[in-house]
Design a protein around this ligand. Sequence first.
Ligand code: NDP
Ligand code: GDR
Length: 355
Amino acid sequence: MSKVALITGATGQDGAYLAELLLAKGYEVHGTKRRSSSFNTGRIDHLYKDLHEPNVSFRLHYSDLTDATNLIRLVQEIQPDEIYNLAAQSHVQVSFETPEYTANADGIGTLRLLEAIRILKMEEKVRFYQASTSELYGKVQETPQSETTPFYPRSPYAAAKLYAYWITVNYREAYGMHASNGILFNHESPIRGETFVTRKITRAVAAIDLGRQDKLFLGNLDAKRDWGHARDYVEGMWRILQQTQADDYVLATGETHSVREFVELAFGHVGRKIEWTGEGVNEKGVDARDGRVLVEIDPRYFRPTEVDLLLGNPAKAKEKLGWTATTSFPDLVREMVTADVELLKGEQQRYGRSD
Ligand code: NDP
Ligand code: GDR
């Protein structure tokens, strides 16, 4: 009998990589998607088979973490062995605009799912993974950040995720549930959401290189992040749930780089060297060859409270899970730029544009 997994947020970056991984391992995979007026399953369409075909091992269900009745019914119908709670309003800056919704989906949503397990008396059957985040560390207390570093959230997103983290720990301790937190540092890929800084940069680099965009507007260039590849991180999620004892783990590369470095490397892949001139909001990134301004600061992208430096210590994951990040920072940037150049070229061919 194959194991049954439920992935909330299966249409997102991590959901897509995780669904692929679990299907390759022989799982029956159920993913949740939200009703939308436009198609939102682009990342997982390649995994989807018509329900009328034999041996369908990947199914999608409409769901929303703000709807408790829906979650109870889904868990009851699916009877999962493993639940990966990846669904969330995951954009930090957007959480300042929609704080209440973010708290509802990211914080209380986690509680609703845990309660669904409890109401259905499935505490002993189900293993639960919570998508916790390095944003919990927020204002720097110490580096590198590990499982014992104190939390100091700096956004409504991080505050909601703090509740989700602790309610997961509480349900483990109170009800003996196999419930674990993966405290994941930033992880990216060619299918990263377009408004996160890495993908925003690589899409712009491709568009500028192909003559489709003039310049790139960014916020804080000096923020530093520990960036890895999503493919590695979903493997870590799976390993966390294969442990006999539930526990909390940091997944990170152990390296940190600034947004500025990401920009320089990304433009480097299309043969452009960036030089920085000016200061503060007037700082500009200029093409060393011809002095053309390619990067400008737009203060609208500054956050009311920023997380300046994230650098993770993945020693526990290495020791207990045998997990390490395998993709280097330059390889990650190269893969993302190359994919966006190909994507844009493909679009140009499809729509007959040569400008
Ligand atoms: P994405 O934003 O790419 O995906 C989020 C998923 O959640 C999407 O499927 C989205 O649906 C769904 N979703 C959003 N709101 C709701 C809701 N109210 N009810 C149900 N589903 C909802 O995020 P990632 O894949 O990058 O991240 C996965 C998880 O890991 C998130 O919880 C994120 O906060 C967390 N995380 C991510 C890190 C990263 O660097 N990527 C690092 C640490 C933690 P739709 O497609 O319709 O929007
Ligand atoms: P983050 O990712 O907030 O770390 O959250 P994001 O890529 O949005 O920001 C990283 C850093 O870049 C700076 N920045 C900009 N960010 C965006 N989005 N757009 C810009 O134009 C821009 N200019 C500079 C930001 O200020 C920030 O310092 C991600 C999400 O995936 C979360 O869900 C997850 O929990 C954390 O990573 C770990």
